[in-house]
Design a protein around this ligand. Sequence first.
Ligand SMILES: [Zn+2]
Length: 80
Amino acid sequence: MKENQIKAVHQQDLKKLLKSLHVYDSVTSNTATCYFCNATMSLDTIAAVFPFNDAVCFCCDQSMCCSAMIDLEQEDETLG
Ligand SMILES: [Zn+2]
């Protein structure tokens, strides 16, 4: 299984992304939370990072939250 390798590469990208958004510290210090369920985020549980109302929001890896995020994006498109 090469899954671990893939995850390692993915996490490198994630770290870069979080640093570029200036939220890496809040994730590693466990102060970042999932926008939908308020679960504390870590590098392992972040499924997505997205901007909302001028803030950087996180989505955890629960399927419930991922689908909520997709709904949110679709609403956004409707509003233009
Ligand atoms: Zn969540």
